[in-house]
Design a protein around this ligand. Structure first.
Ligand code: SF4
Ligand code: SF4
Length: 485
């Protein structure tokens, strides 16, 4: 086992192991073309999905695009994030055409400084949540394919215009989701030994490895501007492993670690700065949790009754308008009230003169585990109850293109019964609330010393209230979106 860098975090597990040293998996990840291999496979699938979405059946449960995107992709995404890390960004096929465009356009301009925060990501994240509900994307193969093309076009336009990876870092809504969710991952790309970094002259992990004579880059460094010795946690890391290939001292590890530990620490992070100073990231964390609740709420019966009542009050039958009001209530007013009061009461109960703004930003991070628990419980419902539905849909696609290889569709295939899935959903919610309370406790212990219990009380009420709301939502009959069940 090679030596690891000294751990600076109190929650660090004592003997972290490096996945890159595990036989077969490690060898594959260290292979220079491993990412390209994953992207080519994902790219071929994406092409099929776009064509099937545009030209396949109109009925969502019979169309591979709506089924795979809204049922299977989302389920596998959250499972991979929790079990491994940000592997979906690692294999993201959107970056293939973008790589070609960059060779053609060779962008030299930096992304405008004023935009180098997560506010665009906040807007695209909300836009996706809103569009999904307002235009029932899950039931529309054409719009699902359109969404893929919009993301692809935006990635091309942004990254062909600016150097670095501004699309991933600031714009992509899936990327922002993955960055936040990967704070719950059990692995992290990090420098193995900081003493080696101290003596390192080239800093290739960020600059890229260059040819000595021509200074031409032969291996890209970190395009997300994360300098390994100062990198802390998974925020903004796409798991691209460019730094692994670029480091001339073989000093980068994919280390096992305790999920969530990075949410407690507040060092100056490369490419990010201090979390306690990042309002934009805190807003994203709040949206991540309340957006999870709102997204699940959009699938249950009471939402329809509320929509009818709101439509009556507003005197409109425009669904997008009613939804916009629901979004303002669920993503702005409710969090502002709950978190606003909790923060004020925490300072009052603890007789603290801490800055309220900094306190809110810090405590926003404690929402991430619960948010992840809600997203996972929700997505697991659709994924597990519709687990095998892709088989007859793929067989049907085979029939349509005249290939008998997959056999005749058996439309009776479904997935696990709801009674089996429910305990799994509760398990993820349970892990979420435990994680959120643990992180909230650590944060107030750091910030309030002996008065931490008083400061924790209002935040614990917030977390338990959100958890109870999530349990109630999961107990409601949920729409079987995208499947025949
Ligand atoms: S290139 Fe390698 S040794 Fe040098 S600073 Fe980066 S991770 Fe450390
Ligand atoms: S190059 Fe940057 S984004 Fe890619 S794995 Fe390394 S630290 Fe993460």
């Amino acid at each position: 086992m090679e030596p690891m860098r000294q751990q600076s975090r109190s929650w660090a597990i004592p003997f972290p192991r490096d996945i890159l040293l595990v036989p077969v998996i490690g060898a594959f990840l260290r292979w220079r073309h491993s990412r390209l291999g994953l992207q080519l496979v994902a790219g071929a699938l994406l092409l099929v999905l776009v064509l099937e979405g545009l030209f396949g059946p109109d009925i969502a449960p019979k169309n591979l695009t709506t089924l795979l995107v809204w049922v299977h992709y989302r389920g596998l995404l959250v499972l991979a994030l929790l079990a491994i890390g940000n592997v979906f960004c690692m294999g993201c096929p959107l970056l293939l055409p973008r790589a070609i465009a960059r060779r053609l356009f060779k962008p030299v301009r930096s992304f405008p400084r004023v935009l180098r925060r997560k506010w665009i990501g906040v807007a695209t994240f909300v836009a996706i949540l809103f569009s999904y509900e307002a235009w029932d994307l899950w039931s529309d193969p054409r719009w699902t394919a359109g969404l893929i093309l919009i993301l692809l076009g935006t990635a091309l336009a942004v990254d062909a215009s600016f150097k670095g990876a501004p699309f991933c870092k600031f714009v992509c809504p899936i990327g922002q989701f993955n960055f936040l969710a990967s704070t719950m991952a059990p692995t992290e790309v990090r420098a193995r030994d900081l003493d080696i970094c101290k003596d390192c002259r080239t800093k290739d992990c960020i600059r890229g490895r260059r040819e000595e004579e021509s200074d031409k880059v032969i291996q890209q460094g970190c395009e997300l501007a994360l300098y390994l010795p100062l990198k802390e946690g998974n925020l903004d890391c796409t798991f691209c492993l460019d730094c692994v290939h670029a480091c001339p001292h073989d000093n980068v590890a994919l280390a096992l670690r305790l999920p969530g530990e990075e949410l407690v620490a507040d060092p100056v992070r490369s490419g990010i700065g201090r979390l306690s100073r990042r309002k934009d990231l805190a807003v994203l964390a709040v949206l991540f949790c309340f957006g999870a609740l709102l997204n699940a709420f959009g699938m249950v019966e009471p939402v329809y009754e509320l929509q009818v009542a709101l439509a009556g009050m507003l005197g409109t039958d425009s669904e997008p308008l009613v939804l916009a009001v629901l979004f303002v209530l669920g993503l702005i007013l409710l969090p502002a009230l709950m978190l606003g009061f909790a923060g004020k009461l925490a300072l009052k109960f603890a007789h603290s003169s801490n800055r309220i703004g900094t306190h809110w930003i810090r405590m926003a991070w404690s929402l991430i585990p619960l948010g992840m628990g809600i997203w996972t419980a929700h997505y697991m419902f659709h994924f597990l109850t519709g687990l095998w539905t892709f088989v007859p849909v793929a067989q049907h696609l085979g029939e349509r293109i005249g290939s008998p290889l997959l056999g005749a569709p058996n439309w009776g295939r479904g997935g696990l019964h709801e009674s089996l899935v429910w305990p799994i959903e509760m398990g993820f919610l349970g892990m979420g609330i435990i994680g959120s309370l643990a992180i909230a406790t650590r944060l107030v212990q750091q910030d309030f010393g002996p008065r931490w219990r008083a400061a924790l009380t209002p935040w614990a009420v917030v977390h338990v209230s959100l958890f109870s709301a999530a349990v109630w939502l999961m107990l409601q009959p949920m729409d079987m979106r995208g499947t025949f069940l």
